[in-house]
Structures are given as structure tokens and as C-alpha cells.
Design a protein around this ligand. Structure first.
Ligand code: ATP
Ligand code: MG
Length: 424
């Protein structure tokens, strides 16, 4: 039997990792500019954590979690998302009471879904959470962060922001009853999935991709008519701030999100460039969650970005800078009995040129085959050390991507030359 990875859990190969590192670097830089700090927490948690936060009747907890009993008989789950764990970690370490926290995290998440483009069983998120702030200003800040990030990544023309307000959980309960009444009377016209959800998670029906169901919803009760005046005011202020900052958005009254814990603001950044899996970033306010997980009441708001989908979008739009894929500046060709001199020369260069990325030819080979490797490496310069050069303490400098004659330089002078060549 061939050993294979688990379906929907991909390897990240060396040709792909530069794009990921670039994306992570840009995200990290933007978050630092807003003074968000990183938090790390385990990938495994008690299953109970996710049941109590995400909700027992959500798709995630009902059918998507990787849960198992460990050797002690405790039920554990691989995290399907980060917010619950983040809140758990903050509660446990006393980070929230009477404090404001601006945090981010990154890592793999696990959901047993049907693998397809942009949908995996192990996928990666960067999540951002802000705690201790009630007002719409922090909701707006989070959206400004994302807007700035899309600009930095040059994907801002390809994504649009959708926002909605869910009101309080009491509002949602009243609305849910009205929605269930309306849809129950039209039960036979609903698609199968929606029929199943009617009593477990009826709000999710608003999300249905089924055209008949969507048509049926055109005359259904509207959530906006049920939300309280405070939530309405919060939403209005958020819109005023987004308008003032020049962030465009659409109000999507059917945007409800799949998790139980949201209240007031919810939002998604969506693209039409990736087919069905078009949401690259999603989040909202969750003022009840901290208390629900055993902490003192503390408001929270956050979002998570799907890294695989962002990478797909970067590739699709061709906006990753060319330099990102380049990992070698200089290739050191070593022909003949010069191996130790080549290694020492390489070390000297690395000491004197700290940003230089130098690959030394290991394993010998003819001049011709080494030059082929030099070219393939993407290096802009090949350094050539043969027995002749070794004897005279010189080295050949050959320009691989420029029409410029080869030079011979003293090994003592090499670091200076390289510094001038690679800083312009
Ligand atoms: P979707 O509607 O696409 O299933 P979701 O509402 O389940 O998304 P969230 O739980 O809000 O997603 O997660 C935030 C982001 O993480 C999503 O917008 C998406 O970019 C990404 N994401 C979620 N599930 C997956 C998955 N199985 N594979 C890849 N990315 C995912
Ligand atoms: Mg989902």
C-alpha cells in the first residue's frame, strides 16, 4: 500500500511556500501597524469548548469536527476555527477582565468537509480578535485593517465587502420563530437541506444556494425588522465610519454566518474570481461569547481569513511580485579539487553580505553541468572557482541575466563587489 496524505490535507511544496511566506509577511506587517499582538494556542482542545461556542446544531459541530477519545477517555477535537480557542486562552490567562486586547493568530484548522477548490479538510487561517471594546469604532478598525491589507496585496479591485447586523440573541430568537412559521407553511417548496435545517438551524436557510429557496425567501420576514434600536444605532454608526474612511460595502440582509455566537455586526469579503468558494475573509461581533465560555462579560469582535483562498486569488490575479519566487542571488560553481576553498569562500561572503542568498554547488560535476544548475537556480550571478582561480586566490564573476562581460576579481575584493552589485 502506498502511503498517502489524508484527503483534503495538502502538503505545501517548496515551489509554493514563497507565496505563502509573502502573504504571511504582508499580513504580519499590516497587523503590526495597528499594534495587534500574536497569540498562540493548541490545535487540540476539549470538544466541549466548540460545542459551547460554535453551537451544537451548527454544521461545524454536527458533522465537520475531527473528534476522538484520547487514551484517558476525554473527548478532544482538532480546532475547526480559532475564536473559541482564543477566548478560552484569554479567559484562562486573565487577559480580558477590565482590559483591551488586540490579538491575532495563525495556523491550521480542521473540518471534515467535501474537498474541492478552496475547500480543504486541513486549511489555514489568520484570525484577528479585539476584546473589551463595545463601540462600532473597533468594528470599523477591523474592516480598515482588511481594506489596507487588500491594497497591500493588490487584490482590492477583486473583493467586495458585505455587511449586516444580526441584532441581539433575543432579537434573533424572535426572528427565528417568525422565519420558521413562514417557512413551515411552505415546507414542501424547500430544498432538502433547508428542510433539515428548518428546526435545527433555520437562519442558515438564508444562506441557501438553492434558487427556489432563495425565491421563497423574497417574501419571508426580514431580520432588520426584528433587531433592537441599540443594534440599529451601532450599525448606522459603523456605516458612517466606513463612509468617512472611504471603504465601500454592500448591505446583505441575508448574511447570517454559520456560527451561533455572533451578534450585531457580521461581514464577509467576497470575490467572484474563485468560483463557488468566494469568501476570503469573514467575521463579526460576538459580545456574549466570553461569558458563555465562563469569563466575566467582555465584548469581542473579530474575523478570520482563509489563507488557501487568498493564495488562489493572488495566483489567479498574478499579483505576487516576481522577486518573491526567487530564493538564490548567487550560485557558486566549484570545479576540480577546490571543495574546501569553495565552502570557505561561501562562508566569508555570508559573513560580509548578510542579506545575500548564496547556493554553493555541492556534489561536484563538470563546469557545464554546474553552470546549468546555476542558471536553473534563478541566481543572477555565478561565481566560478576552478583550480586556476583557487591557486591565484581569484574568482570568476559571470552575469547570468545581464549582457555584461565576465570579470575576474581577487577573493579579498569579492565581498565589496557583491555588496555594490546587490544593493542596486
Ligand atoms: P464557507 O461559507 O466558505 O464554508 P465559513 O462560513 O464556514 O465559510 P468561517 O468559519 O467563517 O467560514 O471561516 C473564515 C474563512 O476561512 C472563510 O471565509 C474561508 O475563507 C476560510 N475557510 C473556511 N472553511 C474552509 C475550508 N474548509 N477550506 C478552506 N478555507 C476555509
Ligand atoms: Mg463552511
Amino acid at each position: 500500500m502506498k502511503l498517502q496524505s489524508i484527503r483534503g490535507m495538502n502538503d505545501l511544496l517548496p515551489d509554493q511556500s514563497p507565496t505563502w511566506q509573502y502573504l504571511e509577511r504582508v499580513i504580519g506587517d499590516v497587523l503590526a501597524r495597528y499594534s495587534y499582538r500574536e497569540i498562540r494556542f493548541p490545535i487540540l482542545e476539549q470538544t466541549e469548548l466548540f460545542k459551547r461556542s460554535i453551537g451544537e446544531v451548527t454544521d461545524i459541530v454536527e458533522k465537520e469536527m475531527y473528534s476522538f477519545e484520547d487514551r484517558n477517555g476525554d473527548s478532544l477535537s482538532l480546532r475547526p476555527e480559532g475564536t473559541a480557542s482564543c477566548v478560552r486562552a484569554c479567559n484562562q490567562n486573565g487577559l480580558l477582565h477590565n482590559q483591551i486586547q488586540r490579538l491575532w493568530y495563525t495556523g491550521p484548522m480542521f473540518r471534515h468537509e467535501r474537498p474541492q477548490k478552496g475547500r480543504l479538510r486541513q486549511f489555514h487561517q489568520v484570525g484577528v480578535e479585539a476584546f473589551g471594546l463595545n463601540g462600532p469604532d473597533i468594528d470599523a478598525e477591523l474592516l480598515l485593517i482588511t481594506a489596507r491589507l487588500w491594497q497591500a496585496l493588490k487584490i482590492d479591485q477583486a473583493v467586495t465587502l458585505q455587511i449586516n447586523s444580526l441584532g441581539t440573541s433575543a432579537d434573533r430568537k424572535r426572528y427565528r420563530t417568525a422565519l420558521v412559521d413562514y417557512l413551515s407553511a411552505r415546507h414542501d417548496q424547500l430544498d432538502e437541506d433547508s428542510q433539515r435545517r428548518l428546526h435545527s438551524n433555520p437562519m442558515r436557510i438564508l444562506d441557501s444556494k438553492n434558487a427556489n429557496t432563495q425565491a421563497l425567501l423574497n417574501h419571508a420576514p426580514v431580520l432588520q425588522d426584528y433587531i433592537d434600536s441599540e443594534s440599529k444605532e451601532h450599525f448606522l454608526q459603523l456605516r458612517t465610519m466606513l463612509d468617512a474612511a472611504g471603504v465601500s460595502y454592500e448591505i446583505n440582509p441575508r448574511l447570517v454566518r454559520g456560527l451561533d455566537y455572533y451578534s450585531k455586526t457580521v461581514f464577509e469579503w467576497v470575490t467572484s474570481s474563485l468560483g463557488a468558494q468566494g469568501t476570503v475573509c469573514a467575521g463579526g461581533r460576538y459580545d456574549g461569547l466570553v461569558e458563555q465560555l465562563g469569563g466575566k462579560p467582555c465584548p469581542g469582535v473579530g474575523f478570520a481569513m482563509g489563507m488557501e483562498r487568498l493564495v488562489l486569488l493572488l495566483d489567479e490575479l498574478g499579483v505576487v511580485p516576481d522577486s518573491v519566487g526567487q530564493t538564490v542571488d548567487l550560485y557558486l560553481v566549484a570545479v576540480g579539487d577546490v571543495d574546501s576553498q569553495a565552502l570557505v569562500l561561501g562562508e566569508n561572503l555570508r559573513t560580509h553580505c548578510p542579506n545575500l542568498r548564496l547556493q554553493t554547488n555541492c556534489g561536484g560535476g563538470s563546469f557545464k553541468s554546474q553552470m546549468k544548475k546555476a542558471d536553473k537556480s534563478g541566481a543572477s550571478i555565478a561565481l566560478i572557482l576552478g583550480e586556476d582561480e583557487a591557486e591565484k586566490n581569484t574568482v570568476g564573476v559571470k552575469f547570468l541575466r545581464q549582457d555584461r562581460p565576465q570579470e575576474t576579481v581577487d577573493q579579498d575584493q569579492l565581498a565589496n563587489l557583491i555588496l555594490t552589485l546587490t544593493t542596486d
